[in-house]
Design a binder for this molecule. Structure first.
Ligand code: ZN
Ligand code: ZN
Length: 141
């Protein structure tokens, strides 16, 4: 089944056969760019974190929306997109000796974060947001 109706700009997507992960970046009607000549529309996918990174065009039925994944899987996909090694996520105990409870906001979606309820990314040590963002992506902007 095509997920084309669910696609929104900024969504994390994976190409089902080629395996690349990227950010959905809108549709194109330019037939010269289509992945398959039988497509009626093409999905532009940004395949790297930088603004200068390439875009690819995929058939709508070849894209899988990753928003339904568990937080851990989404975070893994996010780091794969960034080209950063995923080292896991962990729950921290902010009441442990030498630790302080941290509260902040997600740099990406602006949600409130609190390490007494949220997990952190082992790679960067930032609190991991429900949207899958952590410090790994922040450092690459
Ligand atoms: Zn967020
Ligand atoms: Zn991280």
């Amino acid at each position: 089944m095509s997920e084309v109706g669910r696609l929104r700009e900024g969504m994390l997507v994976r190409h089902k056969t080629q395996g690349y992960i990227g950010i959905f970046d809108g549709f194109t009607r330019n037939r010269n760019l289509f992945e398959s000549p039988t497509d009626s529309i093409g999905c532009r996918v940004q395949v790297g974190p930088g603004p200068q990174d390439k875009r690819r065009v995929a058939s709508p039925e070849n894209l899988e929306v990753l928003t339904d994944l568990s937080l851990e899987e989404r975070h893994k996909a996010q780091l794969a997109f960034l080209g950063v090694a995923w080292e896991g996520i962990r729950r921290v105990d902010p009441t442990a000796p030498g630790r302080h409870r941290r509260t902040t906001h997600c740099w990406s979606c602006k949600s409130s974060l609190d390490d007494s309820v949220d997990v952190e990314c082992v790679t960067c040590g930032w609190i991991l947001c429900k949207c899958g963002a952590c410090g790994c992506g922040f450092n690459m902007r």
